[in-house]
Design a protein around this ligand. Structure first.
Ligand SMILES: *[C@@H]1O[C@H](CO)[C@@H](O)[C@H](O)[C@H]1NC(C)=O
Ligand SMILES: *[C@@H]1O[C@H](CO)[C@@H](O)[C@H](O)[C@H]1NC(C)=O
Length: 180
C-alpha cells in the first residue's frame, strides 16, 4: 500500500516537473491594430519602463529596459514622458488600461509585484486587464501595432525570466534570480 502511495506521489511530482520550464501565457491584443507591428525583446528581466502620452488624450509610445539596455521606442517619443525604474527583484505582473476600438490605446497601467504602478493616459473608452496565468510568471515582452501618431494595439507575453531546470526546486538560494 505504502509503495503504491509513494509511486503515485513520484508520478505526480514527475508530471508536475515536466511543466516547470517557462510558465508561458499570452494576453491577446486589444485595439484597432493599424500601422506597423512591434515586439519588444531583450536579455534578462524588464527593469524600467517609459511611456509617452498626449496630456488628456492617447498613448504616443513606450520603451522597455531589459537589464541595462533600453529597447527602441515603439510609437512616438514626443509629448509627456513618464518613467518607472523597477527595484531589484521587482517585476511587472499586470497591465491594465483603456482603448478606443477605432484608433488608439488611451491608458496604460503597469503594475508590479510590489504593488507599485506606472499610470499614463486617460480612463476613457473600453477597459482591458492583462495578467499572467501562472503565479511565477512576469511580463516578458509586449507586442502590438502603432501608426505614426501612437499605439493602436497592445498584447502581453508572460513567462519566467530564468527557467528552472526540471528537478530543481522553485525556492532557490537566489542564483536563479541573479543577473545573467
Ligand atoms: C511605429 O513606430 C516606429 C518607431 O517610432 C516608427 O518607425 C514607425 O514608422 C511607426 N509606424 C508607422 C506606421 O508610422
Ligand atoms: C546557491 O546554489 C548554487 C547551486 O547549488 C551554489 O553553487 C551556490 O554556491 C549557492 N550560493 C549561495 C550564496 O549559497
Amino acid at each position: 500500500m505504502i509503495y503504491i502511495l509513494i509511486f503515485s506521489l513520484y508520478c505526480l511530482t514527475a508530471g508536475a516537473q515536466s511543466y516547470v520550464p517557462q510558465y508561458y501565457s499570452f494576453s491577446p491584443a486589444v485595439g484597432r491594430g493599424s500601422g506597423t507591428s512591434y515586439s519588444s525583446s531583450g536579455e534578462g528581466r524588464i527593469t524600467a519602463i517609459r511611456v509617452w502620452e498626449i496630456n488628456g488624450a492617447y498613448i504616443r509610445g513606450f520603451q522597455l529596459r531589459y537589464g541595462y539596455a533600453w529597447t527602441p521606442v515603439y510609437g512616438r517619443n514626443i509629448n509627456e514622458e513618464l518613467e518607472m525604474l523597477l527595484f531589484e527583484d521587482e517585476a511587472i505582473v499586470q497591465i491594465s488600461g483603456t482603448y478606443n476600438p477605432g484608433n488608439f490605446i488611451y491608458q496604460l497601467i503597469f503594475v508590479t509585484n510590489r504593488g507599485r504602478f506606472l499610470m499614463a493616459g486617460q480612463p476613457t473608452g473600453k477597459s482591458f486587464n492583462f495578467y499572467p496565468r501562472h503565479s511565477q510568471s512576469e511580463l516578458r515582452l509586449i507586442s502590438g501595432r502603432n501608426d505614426s501618431s501612437g499605439i493602436t494595439s497592445i498584447a502581453a507575453h508572460w513567462g519566467m525570466v530564468y527557467p528552472v531546470a526540471p528537478g530543481v526546486p522553485m525556492s532557490g538560494n537566489g542564483t536563479m534570480l541573479g543577473l545573467q
